[in-house]
Design a protein around this ligand. Structure first.
Ligand SMILES: [Zn+2]
Ligand SMILES: [Zn+2]
Length: 338
C-alpha cells in the first residue's frame, strides 16, 4: 500500500510503498479515504515533539474510511462499514490511571503509563490502510462524506468537547479565541446551539470569515472582548497560551475558560492584577473527552449545522499539504485523500 512516511525528524514526508497491515484479534483494517492533517502531525515530524517510535513513521489521527477486513472476535463492525478512528486506542489496563477504570478518552492518552495512540505509538491515518481496535472506531453518519468527517475526528471532537466541558447556559455568551482548524468549528458549534457567539482573533483578515461562520461579534483580544461586555465562556482554540491568559480580561464573573489546545512553547500565566481569586472563574482543560461527544459532533455536521471548511489534497501532494499546514496557510483544515 501507499503511505505518507516521514523518513526522520525535520525531513519531507514522502509517498512510499510499505507493507499493508493485518488486523489482529479485536481490530479492524480500514481502507482510508480521507485523512485530516492536524497541526500536531506536523509538530511530531518537524522536531517540535519527540519523533514517534513507529517504523515506518506514519502519523495521522483523523482517518475516515471503510472497514476492509475484521480481526478475530470483532462483532460490532463488519466489512463495508463507514467508520472514523481517533487518536486514543486504549490504555495499558494496569497502571494507576487505568486502575481507575475511567472510560477511554484523551485523558487516558495523557495519563496512562503506556497508552496505544493512532499515529503516535501505532501507524496512523496518512496511508491507504490502517489497523485500529474496533472499539476505537465510530460509525459515520451516511450523509457525511469522508472528507467532511475527517476534521471532526480530532479538531471537531476537541472543540465540541471543550464547549460541552464549559457547560454554557442558554442565556450565556460564548467566545472562541483563535479561528483556525479548531476555532472555525467551535464558532459554528456555539452558533448551532444558539449561543451569542464572539470570535476573538488578532488576524484582521479573519474577521469577515468569522462573521460568515456565525460570529455575532468579532474582536481582536481580551481587552476588546471586555469592551463589548465580556463572555461567560472562552474556548481557547488557538495555540498561544499568552493570548489565552490575556483573554481572561474579557471573561465575566463566574466565567469558564477552556484550554483545548497545546502551546508547545508558551506557558499559561495569570496576571495577579486580574484578581482571579475573587472572580469565581474556572480554567478547565478539555481534550477528546469521550466518544459520545464525537458522535454528537458528527451528528451536528451530518445535519448541516456545522460544516468543516477544508482544503483537499491528493496523496501525491502530501509534501505541499504539510508545508501549508506548517506555515499556517490552510483555511481551515487540510484533508488528504487516499
Ligand atoms: Zn489532532
Ligand atoms: Zn495505563
Amino acid at each position: 500500500m501507499l503511505a505518507s512516511v516521514c523518513p526522520a525528524a525535520g525531513q519531507t514526508w514522502e509517498l512510499t510503498e510499505v507493507p499493508k497491515p493485518v488486523p489482529g484479534p479485536g481490530e479492524v483494517l480500514i481502507r482510508v479515504h480521507a485523512s485530516g492533517l492536524c497541526r500536531n502531525d506536523v509538530w511530531l515530524t518537524d522536531g517540535t515533539y519527540p519523533f514517534p517510535p513507529i517504523e515506518p513513521a506514519i502519523v495521522g489521527h483523523e482517518p475516515a474510511g471503510e472497514v476492509a477486513e475484521v480481526g478475530l472476535g470483532v462483532t460490532a463492525r463488519k466489512v463495508g462499514d463507514r467508520v472514523g478512528a481517533t487518536w486514543i486506542q486504549s490504555g495499558c489496563g494496569s497502571c494507576d490511571h487505568c486502575r481507575l477504570n475511567l472510560p477511554v478518552t484523551g485523558i487516558t492518552g495523557m495519563n496512562c503509563d503506556n497508552p496505544e495512540m493512532t499515529g503516535l505509538t501505532r501507524a496512523g491515518g496518512h496511508a491507504e490502510y490502517l489497523v485500529v481496535p474496533a472499539s476505537s472506531t465510530v460509525l459515520l453518519p451516511d450523509e457525511l462524506p469522508y472528507e467532511m468527517a475527517a476534521p471532526l475526528l480530532c479538531a471537531g471532537y476537541t472543540s465540541w468537547s471543550a464547549l460541552r466541558a464549559a457547560n454554557p447556559q442558554p442565556h450565556e455568551r460564548v467566545a472562541v479565541l483563535g479561528i483556525g482548524g479548531l476555532g472555525h468549528l467551535a464558532l459554528q458549534f456555539s452558533k448551532a446551539c444558539g449561543f451569542e457567539t464572539v470570535a476573538v482573533t488578532r488576524t484582521p483578515d479573519k474577521h469577515e470569515v468569522a462573521r460568515e461562520l456565525g460570529a455575532d461579534h468579532v474582536v481582536s483580544d481580551g481587552e476588546a472582548l471586555a469592551g463589548i461586555g465580556g463572555a461567560d465562556v472562552v474556548v481557547v482554540a488557538g495555540t498561544s497560551y499568552e493570548a489565552a491568559a490575556e483573554c481572561l480580561a474579557g471573561l465575566r464573573v463566574n466565567g469558564r475558560m477552556v484550554l483545548a489546545t497545546i502551546d508547545p512553547s508558551g506557558s499559561f500565566t495569570i496576571d495577579p492584577s486580574r484578581q482571579f481569586f475573587a472572580m469565581g472563574q474556572s480554567i478547565l482543560g478539555a481534550t477528546h473527552n469521550g466518544l459520545p461527544y464525537l458522535v454528537e459532533a458528527l451528528d451536528l455536521a451530518a445535519r448541516g449545522a456545522v460544516t468543516p471548511h477544508i482544503e483537499v489534497f491528493a496523496k501525491e501532494e502530501i509534501a505541499e499539504a504539510v508545508d501549508r499546514v506548517a506555515a499556517g496557510e490552510v483555511r481551515f483544515r487540510a484533508v488528504v485523500t487516499y
